[in-house]
Write a protein that binds this ligand. Structure first.
Ligand code: SAH
Length: 346
């Protein structure tokens, strides 16, 4: 019976070095292979041309490289690119490249599907199949970095964990991926250019604070009134706003790092003065920024973008309360690449 080959990228540099020593070779071969895997993003052992044929065959016999594969790439009229990414077990996730004049942002997935049940999000209709492993997250970033160099002549500048899944429900793997993205051996990116977006898992926000992570935190709030938030984000019944706020206050006390809130204003759901007043109240405990995101319809018409008048009311009230506010227009809508539209439709 054939034993299952191990994923070589699950090995640390040290483990790779040990492997070669155990196989009566030099430890530095481990470094060479590590470089191929992580700096040169090798998809096969064949390309590792500074290793002898025997060594490559020996690796082939022992390991696999579970690299992701970009199956379909779609380009929007506004320049946004969406990748349908096939994993080694044939599951598919999506990631998006969002270009502006000055930046290229990668929006990456952390899980296949999602276990949360936000009523306005297309991904919530796919059930959670599994967590992505650190390499699968890292590979999405590398694929987008390559596309950015190819199509926009510049490297990737920012990363947001706003694709499929809830990153804080796959915390360890997300952290490992970020370690690689920020390490010199990986992409050497600054953690200040990375934002993890969460629907708000209080226990994990506290953990992030204790871990003293250096990346940015964004919270998908959408309402600061429990009854309303629970009606559109049912898990809010378990992770209530009081718990969320306490966890965020803890985060701020530990990290002194500003909190960003993502917020969609919907017609007849959260478009009154009372809603914005509750938001102002909620944010007061720490320096905050509110991103008002445009709603991307996901079919059934239950949710509709609020009027410009309602958006203006939000902007004016927040500004008067000295809370930083931006109004963010959606990108890539024509290819279902915008926030909340990722549902493996291509
Ligand atoms: N689970 C994480 C990250 C994925 S969602 C989170 O909840 O933050 C990324 C962002 O898109 C979140 O702010 C989410 O609330 C928002 N979003 C989801 N569906 C949307 C839609 N249809 N239109 C606009 N934004 C949406």
């Amino acid at each position: 019976m054939e034993t299952k080959k191990k994923d070589i990228r699950a090995l640390t540099r040290e483990q790779l070095r040990d492997f070669f020593v155990q196989n009566e070779d030099k430890a530095f071969r481990g470094n060479q292979v590590y470089e191929w895997l992580w700096q040169k993003s090798a998809h096969s052992f064949e390309v590792m041309t500074n290793l002898s044929k025997e060594t490559r065959e020996m690796l082939e016999a022992n390991f696999v490289i579970n690299h992701i594969k970009v199956d379909v790439m779609q380009r929007s009229t506004d320049g946004t690119i969406k990748n349908a990414v096939r994993l080694h077990d044939d599951l598919v996730v999506e990631s998006v490249l969002i270009p502006t004049n000055t930046r290229t942002t990668a929006c990456v997935s952390s899980q296949v599907g999602c276990s949360l049940d936000c009523k306005f999000c297309a991904t919530s209709r796919l059930k959670r199949m599994r967590n992505l492993n650190p390499d699968e997250i890292y590979d999405q970033v590398v694929a987008i970095d390559n596309e950015s160099r190819l199509y926009f002549d510049r490297p990737l500048s920012n990363i947001v964990f706003m694709g499929m899944g809830e990153p804080l429900m796959n915390y360890n793997n997300v952290l490992k991926a970020i370690d690689k993205i920020t390490s010199k051996e990986g992409l050497g990116m600054s953690p200040k250019r990375i934002t993890v977006s969460t629907s708000g898992v209080p226990k994990m926000i506290r953990k992030m604070a204790d871990d003293q992570v250096k990346f940015n935190l964004a919270v998908s709030l959408h309402s600061a009134i429990d009854t309303i938030r629970t009606s559109i984000m049912p898990f809010n019944a378990t992770f209530t706003l009081v718990d969320l706020r306490e966890a965020l206050a803890y985060w701020y006390s530990k990290t002194k790092s500003r909190i960003t809130y993502e917020y969609v204003v919907w017609k007849d759901i959260n478009d009154t003065q009372k809603d914005v007043d509750a938001l102002v109240d909620f944010c007061r405990f720490a320096p905050s920024k509110v991103n008002l995101i445009e709603y991307n319809p996901i079919d059934d018409g239950e949710f509709q973008q609020a009027s410009n008048k309602a958006i203006d009311m939000y902007v004016n009230t927040l500004e008067r309360s000295r809370i930083v506010v931006t109004v963010r227009r959606s990108r890539g809508k024509d290819i279902d690449a915008a926030c909340g539209q990722l549902a493996n439709k291509a």
